[in-house]
Each structure stands twice: as C-alpha cells, then as structure tokens.
Design a protein around this ligand. Structure first.
Ligand SMILES: Cc1cc2nc3c(=O)[nH]c(=O)nc-3n(C[C@H](O)[C@H](O)[C@H](O)COP(=O)(O)OP(=O)(O)OC[C@H]3O[C@@H](n4cnc5c(N)ncnc54)[C@H](O)[C@@H]3O)c2cc1C
Length: 379
C-alpha cells in the first residue's frame, strides 16, 4: 500500500474512532449491543476486509499495516474490534490460505464487505488449550458429510452467517490432529443451533455463544480446500499473524487506558496539587509508558518480519504473551491512579480493566504461549 493511501486510511480510522466510536462506548456497554448503523459505518470504512486481498474486495493490508489500524481502532472499546475480529482473522485467512478457488470466490467478497460475519469454531466444552482433542465429528455420508458436536465460547456466533467448523473426519487414526478437517457451514443449515449469549465479565457488546451441530448435513464442497485432515494445520498456519493482531489490540487498548490515567492524574487534586505531580503516581505512569513502548516496538518488529515472509512463531507468542500481560498491568495501575473513582462503574478504566482481562485467555492462554516459547528454546 502506498504511503499516502496508508496515511489516509489511518487518519480515517482515527477520526472514525474518536468521533463515532468513543462517544458510543458507554451505550454499547450498557445495552450489550453495537448499533446497526455503526456496524454499517464500519463496513463502509472497509474494516471487515482489512486483511483480505483487493481482488476479493478487501484492502489487502500487510501485517504491519494491520497492526497500525488495530492500534488506532483499539483506542475504543474492544467490542468494536470484536465485531470485525473473526472476519479479518481466521474467518477469512483459513479460506484464503487453504480454500479452493470456488470457495474463495463464493465467500471472500461477502466476508470482506461485512455482508457476512464469520465465526471460527474450534473450542469445545472438553477441549480448550488442548484444542487438538476436539470431539466434533464429520462423517462421510454419500456425497457429503454429517457433522455432530458442540462448540463453546464462539465469538460472533449469534450473528454469524457462516461457521468455520473444525471437526474430526477420522476418529480412529493417530496422530490425533492429523484427522481434523475444517468445514464451511452456513448458519441456518438444518441441525445448527446457537445457544444463549454468554454472560461475560467484560467486552459487553461483543457476543459469544455455544454452537451445536446435530446431524448437520453439508455437501462435500463445504470441506475447506477439498482435502480431509488439513484443518488443524490450517488453523495453526494463521495463528502467528492472529497472535500479533491480538498483541496490537492490547497496544491500542493500553494507549487509551494510559491516556485516561494521565488525564485523570492531571485534573485530580489532593494535598493542594494535581496527583500527577506526586512522584509515586508518576512512577505508575512511567512504568506503564515504558511497557507500552516495549510492547509497541516488539509488535511492529514482528509484523515487519511477517511481511518479509520470515518464520515468527516464537516472536508472535512473545508478543501475545507480553502485550496481553502488559495491558493488564496498565489497566490495574490506571484503576489505582483513579482511586475510588476507578472502582466505579461510571469510569472508563473500570470497564477497560474488565475488558482487557480476556486477552490473556483466548487465542492461546499466557501459559500456552510460555509452553510454545519454552519448547522452542529447549529444542
Ligand atoms: C469471550 C471468549 C471468546 C472466545 N472466542 C472463541 C472463538 O471464537 N472460537 C474458539 O474456537 N474459541 C474461542 N474462545 C475459547 C478460548 O480460545 C479458550 O477459552 C482458551 O483457548 C482456553 O481454553 P479453556 O477455556 O478451555 O481453558 P483450559 O484449556 O481449560 O485452561 C484452564 C487453565 O489451565 C491452563 N493450562 C491448560 N493447559 C495447560 C498446560 N499444558 N500447561 C500449563 N497450563 C495449562 C490454562 O493456561 C488456563 O490457565 C473464546 C473464549 C472466550 C472467553
């Protein structure tokens, strides 16, 4: 992308976030819903197709440009980012990297425009971190497959137009993850039901739910790539960039939370002066700023390396782990700087404190990132 186009995009996102999204944050949190017209504006801005190539109607951003847009977007509540998160992540990348030309042509333009919201169904009630232990089955039957199983905590499930479902096509053979395939299952296919919306700690306005597959019959061309047993490898392929994406989301949120803390510290007066003048408060701000700078630097560096085609799974795990922990620490300090006000539902930092807790849990917990990093070092 040319530098001037890139700057224009970032400027447009920045303006949209500050003028349209930030003023809506409390309403979205209160109503647990992003207004339809806001989703429509996000579509118009191209946010649903950021990472999808231009030939399919997306913006075709590289990893570094994606990071920059995410940092801008995530100045606002994470719920807004969640609305596009699967479309720009595994919802499009799995089709893009592994789909047949027909699957790409059929789905990607609608995913890029946001006409269709995608959900990525990997986690199950009995398999989270050990995702390869999934039990959902897809059994060949005539000219198609029959899918049975249930999926848990599926982001955007209540509004999804299509589910990308990881299912075991051959339960008997080992190694266990070599027999996982992925399927495109349109919502509304008989036998697909979505449970009640999850009641979450934070990120109100971002929805997740269980999804049940009860003798769901899909045609053979619903199998992504048309080849069985590639589903797990496919999911893993898009993980590195997905982890860098989450890390950049944490940087965006961290910037906003620190901004809230600085503003508050400047205007809150105790002992006759703004609390920002107390060095113990400055220490909390300084630690946050330093961590944020480190986080932003590592995310950009890893994104640059992805754009060069380098293998970055260790670095992507470092980014995901450090940045999600970093934003938790910044949110904690921001609440502290706000004193009692930070514990009140009316303060933005109280909401961000709950929102950012999720980042240490999904897309691989901190412990799973430690295992990935540790294993590579020990090899
Ligand atoms: C709001 C939300 C949205 C989500 N969206 C999606 C989605 O769209 N699609 C999807 O497929 N999934 C989604 N998930 C699921 C998410 O990816 C999982 O919750 C996550 O991977 C952790 O799995 P688990 O919850 O089963 O925890 P568990 O795997 O049971 O882990 C519990 C604890 O044990 C630790 N642990 C597990 N194994 C080890 C180990 N080997 N060594 C050390 N510690 C270990 C974990 O780090 C954690 O602290 C979502 C989750 C949430 C909360």
């Amino acid at each position: 992308m040319e530098e001037s186009t890139r700057q224009q995009l970032l400027e447009a996102v920045r303006r949209f976030v500050r003028e349209r999204l930030v003023p809506l944050e409390e309403q979205v949190a209160e109503n647990d819903r992003i207004p339809d017209e806001t989703i429509a504006e996000m579509r118009e801005l191209g946010l649903f197709g950021l990472t999808i190539p231009e030939e399919y109607g997306g913006l075709g951003l590289g990893a570094l440009d994606e990071v920059d847009v995410m940092i801008e977007l995530c100045w606002a509540s994470a719920a807004f980012r969640s609305a596009i998160g699967i479309n720009i992540g595994p919802g499009s990348q799995s089709i893009l990297r592994s789909g047949t030309p027909e699957q790409k042509a059929a789905w990607l333009p609608r995913v890029a425009s946001g006409e269709i919201v995608t959900s990525f169904c990997l986690t199950e009630p009995s398999s989270g971190s050990d995702s390869a232990a999934l039990r959902t089955s897809a059994v060949r039957d005539g000219d198609g497959y029959v899918i049975n199983g249930s999926k848990r905590y599926i982001t955007n499930a209540p509004v999804a137009g299509v589910f990308i479902v990881m299912a075991r096509t051959n339960p008997e053979r080992l190694p266990k993850n070599a027999h996982v395939s992925s399927f495109l299952v349109p919502a509304g296919t008989p036998g697909v039901t979505v449970g009640a919306k999850d009641r979450k700690m934070g990120q109100s306005g971002a929805w997740s739910a269980d999804v049940y597959f009860d003798n769901v019959r899909v045609p053979a061309d619903a199998l992504i790539g048309g080849v069985e047993g590639k589903g797990f490898a496919m999911a893993m392929k898009s993980l590195d960039r997905g982890r860098v994406n989450i890390a950049s989301v944490c940087v965006g949120q961290g910037r906003r939370i620190l901004h809230e803390a600085v503003q508050y510290a400047r205007q809150r007066t105790q002992f006759g002066k703004p609390i920002a003048e107390f060095q113990l408060v400055q220490a909390m701000l300084a630690d946050s700023q330093a961590e944020l700078y480190a986080a932003e630097s590592m995310v950009r560096e890893t994104a640059r390396r992805i754009d060069k085609g380098e293998q970055v799974s260790l670095e992507a795990s470092c980014c995901k782990m450090f940045c999600s922990e970093m934003v938790g620490r910044i949110a904690d300090k921001a609440v502290q700087i706000h004193g009692g006000a930070g514990y009140m539902r009316d303060s933005a930092v109280e909401r961000f404190y709950r929102d950012v807790r999720l980042f240490r849990i999904y897309e691989g917990t901190t412990q799973i990132q430690q295992i990935i990093i540790g294993r590579q070092l020990a090899q």
